[in-house]
Design a protein around this ligand. Structure first.
Ligand SMILES: C[C@@H](C(=O)O)C(=O)SCCNC(=O)CCNC(=O)[C@H](O)C(C)(C)COP(=O)(O)OP(=O)(O)OC[C@H]1O[C@@H](n2cnc3c(N)ncnc32)[C@H](O)[C@@H]1OP(=O)(O)O
Length: 285
C-alpha cells in the first residue's frame, strides 16, 4: 500500500470512528441500564424476543465430577435464540455453583457445537436495545464460566460459528471468529478472552480476517467492523484502564456496530445464501 492509499484509508477510518460514536449515543447506556436494572429483566426480555431450543444443565451419571451444559436446537445446528440465552444464564449459574462437580462440559446436541446466533432472532434484535441486553447477559454468563474454579471444556464438534466461538473462547479452546463477515465484532464478551489467550497480534488477525474472509474483504463489508476489531484489541491490551472501564468500552464498541446498516445487510445476505444453498441441495437430490 503506498502513502496516498494509506492516508486515504486513515481518513476514512477516522470518519467511520466518528460516525460510529454518534450511532452509539442515540440512546445512552445509562438509560438502558436503569431500564434493565435486574438480570432477570434482561433475561426475560431476551426470552420474549425469540423462542425455540433450550439449554440445560445436567450431571453426568457415570462420572460424578462432570457437569454438562447442553444446547438443544438440533434442527438449526443449535443456533442460539433469546430463549436459549435466557436458559444459558440459568444453566451456567447452576453449573458453577454445583459443589459436587469439578468440571463443566459445554456442548451442543446431535454432534454440533453451535452455529451462533439464530438469524431470525439476530435480525429482530438488531437495535441498540438488543445489543445492550444481549451483550450484558451473554458477557455475564461467559465471565461466570471463565472466572469459575471449575475446568470448563467446550466440545467443538460440527459447526462453531459467530457467537459460539465466543462461548468456546471463554472455555479452553479457541476457534475462528466470523463476526467480521457480519459487519459486527464479538458481542457476547468473547473479545477479552481472545486477547488474553492469543495476545494482541493474533487476536487482531483473528478478528480482522474473520477466518473465512480476508482483511481487505472485511474492510469492504464494513469499515465499522474493521475499526471495532482494532478498538476491541486496544481496549484489552492497553494498560490505562480498570476492568470496569474496559467492560464498558467493550459494550460501547459492540453497540457501535450492532444494528448498523452494514450489519443488517449482512444478516440479510447470510440468510439469502442459506436459502439458496438449501434450494441447490434439493435440486441435486
Ligand atoms: C450473535 C451473532 C454475532 O454476530 O455475534 C451471531 O452469532 S450471528 C450467526 C453467525 N452464524 C452464521 O453465520 C452461520 C450460518 N449458517 C451457516 O453458514 C451454515 O448453516 C453452516 C453452519 C456452515 C452449516 O452448513 P450446512 O450445509 O452443514 O447446514 P445447513 O446450512 O443446511 O443448516 C441446517 C439448518 O440449520 C439452519 N441454520 C444454521 N445456522 C443457523 C443460524 N445461525 N440461524 C438460523 N438457522 C440456522 C439452516 O438454515 C438449516 O435450516 P433448514 O434445514 O430449515 O434449511
Amino acid at each position: 500500500m503506498n502513502n496516498a492509499m494509506l492516508l486515504h484509508r486513515l481518513a476514512s477510518l477516522r470518519q467511520v470512528t466518528q460516525a460510529a460514536s454518534i450511532h452509539t449515543h442515540v440512546k445512552t447506556i445509562a438509560q438502558l441500564s436503569s431500564k434493565y436494572e435486574k438480570d432477570e429483566a434482561k433475561e426475560n426480555w431476551l426470552k420474549e424476543q425469540g423462542d425455540g431450543g433450550s439449554v440445560k444443565y445436567t450431571r453426568n451419571g457415570s462420572n460424578p465430577d462432570l457437569g454438562q451444559v447442553t444446547f438443544h436446537h438440533k434442527e438449526k445446528l443449535n443456533a442460539f435464540t433469546g430463549a436459549m440465552m435466557h436458559d444459558f444464564s440459568l444453566a451456567v449459574r447452576e453449573a458453577v455453583k454445583d459443589e459436587r462437580t469439578r468440571c463443566v462440559v459445554v456442548r451442543g446436541e446431535n454432534g454440533n457445537f453451535c452455529s451462533g446466533g439464530e438469524l431470525n432472532f439476530v435480525e429482530k434484535i438488531a437495535s441498540e436495545e438488543g445489543s445492550y441486553v444481549m451483550n450484558t447477559v451473554m458477557m455475564s454468563s461467559l465471565k461466570k464460566l471463565a472466572n469459575s474454579d471449575k475446568v470448563s471444556i467446550a466440545v467443538l464438534e460440527g459447526s462453531t460459528m459467530g457467537g459460539a466461538s465466543e462461548i468456546a473462547s471463554a472455555c479452553d479452546i479457541r476457534v475462528g471468529f466470523v463476526q467480521g463477515k457480519m459487519g459486527v465484532c464479538p458481542g457476547w464478551g468473547g473479545g477479552r478472552f481472545l486477547v488474553k489467550t492469543l495476545g494482541t497480534a493474533r487476536a487482531m488477525e483473528y478478528l480482522s480476517t474473520a477466518a473465512v474472509v480476508g482483511a481487505e474483504e472485511l474492510h469492504k463489508v464494513s469499515k465499522h467492523a474493521f475499526v471495532a476489531a482494532k478498538r476491541m484489541v486496544v481496549n484489552y491490551s492497553g494498560k490505562n484502564r480498570n476492568p470496569k472501564e474496559r467492560e464498558e468500552e467493550e459494550r460501547r464498541i459492540f453497540m457501535s456496530v450492532w444494528g448498523h446498516a452494514d450489519h443488517k445487510k449482512s444478516i440479510h445476505d447470510i440468510r439469502e445464501n442459506l436459502i439458496r444453498a438449501k434450494k441447490e441441495k434439493s435440486h441435486k437430490k
